[in-house]
Design a binder for this molecule. Structure first.
Ligand SMILES: [Zn+2]
Length: 294
């Protein structure tokens, strides 16, 4: 008999005003957690792997977090502990080591700084100039530039050049470091990989894919004593080579960003996820209701 599982993915939970990539406010996150808990049996990844023909009155759900923002510990974790909800947290190991965030979050903060200074973003590699007149435009422009840069090999360099125009004076987002990660309660948080540098795995050589996946496995194991069993591909980007390397290294669960429910056992260890990201509860509520009846 087959079972189904739905995976819900989160990024930032915070009350910080960040228009380029708005976090879910803490109180909204708690309501979302309560909704999922009411309608699903929330299971850990370890339980997911041994689910097979399990039966439950409620459908199964898994909760994941990507990126390893510091606000996970500050804002999300207390709510997860309060409601006894297990999650898998996917960290970018170079970020955990250096504290310096990856290119997509840098992009968000750079766009916000341009908006604050009322400056137009222009760069020879971008298809047009971008102006930012309000929060809504800031969010849209950050997304547009993200889409333009994502497939490019030299995106980090381009972004560095865009940042030079504001003298690199953009806000640095606080990230979880190894010292934070090793003290997270193991009964609530499993640590998984989100690669070593959060690069687009589709744009790099196979040997580099191996390094991204292997280094992150090793670093997590060395620094936290967790044996990571899952990997979330940055920005949902993967291909056959990525799946092959992940399998060789021993990842048992591979998360995409495609919004679909999963049939258990999953073929090729691939699990799809619904992204939950709205600032307003009612928007999340409508989405969750829709997913509930898929
Ligand atoms: Zn990510």
């Amino acid at each position: 008999m087959s079972s189904f599982v739905q995976v819900f993915n989160f990024h930032r939970v915070s009350d910080e005003h960040s228009p380029a990539y708005p976090p879910i406010p803490t109180r909204v996150f708690e309501k979302v957690v309560k909704f999922i808990k009411r309608h699903y049996k929330i299971i850990s990844q370890k339980e997911l792997l041994s689910l097979d023909s399990a039966n439950s009155r409620k459908p199964f759900a898994v909760i994941t977090f990507d990126d390893g923002f510091y606000d996970f510990k500050k804002c999300a974790l207390p709510i997860l502990i309060k409601h006894n909800v297990p999650v898998s947290l996917h960290v970018v190991t170079k970020v955990a080591e250096t504290g310096e965030t990856f290119w997509t979050q840098k992009l968000n903060k750079i766009v916000e700084k341009y908006a604050l200074e009322n400056k137009t973003i222009s760069n020879e590699h971008l298809s047009k100039e971008y102006t930012l007149r309000n929060d809504e435009e800031t969010e849209q422009v950050a997304l547009q530039i993200y889409k333009e840069l994502l497939p490019l090999k030299n995106k980090v360099e381009i972004l560095d050049n865009i940042a030079k125009e504001i003298d690199n004076e953009y806000e640095k987002t606080q990230m979880l470091l190894w010292n934070d990660l090793k003290t997270l309660p193991a009964s609530i948080v499993e640590i998984g990989s989100h690669t070593h540098t959060h690069t687009n795995l589709k744009t790099i050589e196979t040997s580099e894919i191996h390094n991204e996946l292997y280094t992150s496995w090793n670093e997590i194991n060395k620094n936290t004593q967790h044996n990571p069993i899952s990997i979330a591909f940055p920005n949902g980007q993967y291909d056959e080579r990525v799946l092959e390397e992940a399998k060789i290294i021993g990842y048992k669960i591979m998360y995409t960003c495609e919004a679909k429910k999963n049939i258990i056992p999953a073929s090729d260890n691939i699990y799809h996820r619904y992204d939950i990201y709205n600032k307003e509860y009612w928007k999340n509520y409508i989405k969750l209701l829709k997913y509930r009846f898929l």
